[in-house]
Design a binder for this molecule. Structure first.
Ligand code: NAP
Length: 345
């Protein structure tokens, strides 16, 4: 396992981070404990979660993932051996079970969310507190075609950052980061922190995979120049890049259990996946490991957030840490990307 600096902090994280959003839905607590143990044994020291998890977000399961992680931390002890990242939801009228559908990135919401997260996680601090998505109207979760919309009621970024500053001062949060953010949002946050001595965003958790390299257009340059490392999420496109959905008989897995998720299965995405899977097989590689090693190898990436529902999947994904892609594979990937650029943004 390789270790890298998180932004400009003195925190060193593993180049793979364990994603947890299946804990409490597709995975039981016992399965989650097994995954956490296996990941730590393989050298992972970085865990990513969110108040909202597991997915799909539902009233019945809200907070269950953090509760499971908290139970694991309590039983195993050694809170200090992991770098724990969680998130507060952005504007969430579509999630009526979270603070009555009135969740915003303002003081009341952020403080309420963090205190509840700390309680569920059974800890008195999180290493990285992330804004899950913006409060303002903008494009994220695959939305294209930017349309300016009136959003005078959006919580100003400076106000949000001011709340985060107080949380850092209180010791409940060590560092802060963004997620599902745009180049404008990230640069504005960085500018505010320079002008006003408010905390600096240390990371950005956005989607990034062979099926969606849109991060490279504007955000990658900011990541490198400003040392705000990308924590790529959904690096296998919800499992699609393993090739498992190319078979005639679809597996019992996330996309068949929850058919509302179709971000990675449009026709171009499927065709691109077929090409990536063929490339991997032609070089004797596992398609999953090739996709993960590609993400982890990008210069703007800090730590790739892997997810699994079985230990076999987890082992395969952990194995990507030891894989350096040969030049012929990298060239093959670029050729496919040219043919199918960002089919699943
Ligand atoms: N900030 C955000 O908005 C955001 C959004 C999404 C995710 N995330 C974070 O990123 C983490 C990873 O996201 P993700 O789960 O979407 O990642 P992903 O790598 O795209 O998909 C992971 C899923 O693919 C399947 N899979 C994984 N490895 C496999 C293998 N080797 N062989 C076959 N199937 C395999 C498993 O689901 P099945 O067994 O059901 O197929 C697994 O749960 C999450 O846990 C979460 O922490 C953040």
């Amino acid at each position: 396992m390789e270790y890298r600096r998180l932004g400009r902090t003195d925190i060193i994280v593993s180049s793979l981070c364990l994603g947890t959003m299946t804990f409490g839905q597709q995975n039981s607590e016992a399965e989650a404990f097994d995954q956490l143990d296996r990941a730590v044994a393989a050298g992972i020291n970085f865990l990513n979660t969110a108040e909202m998890y597991p997915i799909p977000a539902q009233r019945r399961t809200y907070g269950a993932t953090e509760t499971i992680i908290g139970n694991w931390l309590k039983v195993r002890g050694r809170r200090d051996r992991v770098i724990l990242a969680t998130k507060v939801v952005g504007r969430s009228n579509w999630l009526p079970h979270i603070r009555g559908g009135k969740a915003r990135l303002d003081r009341d919401n952020i403080e309420t969310a963090l205190n509840a997260s700390l309680q569920r996680l059974q800890t008195d601090y999180v290493d990285l507190y992330q804004l899950h998505w913006p409060d303002r109207h903008t494009n994220f979760f695959g939305r294209l075609g930017y349309q300016p919309q009136p959003d005078e009621d959006a919580t100003p970024l400076q106000e949000t950052l001011g709340v985060l500053a107080d949380l850092v001062r209180s010791g409940k949060v060590r560092h802060v980061g963004v997620s599902n953010e745009t180049p404008w949002g990230l640069m504005r946050y960085l500018q505010l922190s320079e002008q006003t001595a408010l905390p600096r965003m240390v990371s950005i958790q956005n989607p990034y995979s062979l099926l969606n390299r849109s991060f490279e257009v504007g955000l990658a340059e900011i990541s490198c120049r400003e040392q705000v490392g990308l924590l790529p999420y959904s690096p296998l496109g919800f499992g699609v890049l393993t090739g498992k959905y190319l078979h005639e008989q679809p597996p019992a897995a996330r996309l068949t259990l929850f058919p509302e998720y179709h971000r990675y299965t449009n026709p171009a995405g499927i065709e691109a996946t077929r090409a990536y899977v063929e490339l991997a097989h032609a070089h004797g590689l596992s398609p999953a490991q090739m996709a993960l090693a590609y993400a982890t190898g990008r210069p703007f990436v800090c730590s790739t957030i892997i997810g699994a529902t079985t230990l076999e999947q987890l082992d395969e994904n952990l194995g990507s840490a030891a894989l350096t892609l040969p030049d012929e594979v990298l060239e093959g990937i670029e050729a496919i990307h040219t043919r199918y650029p960002n089919p699943c943004p």
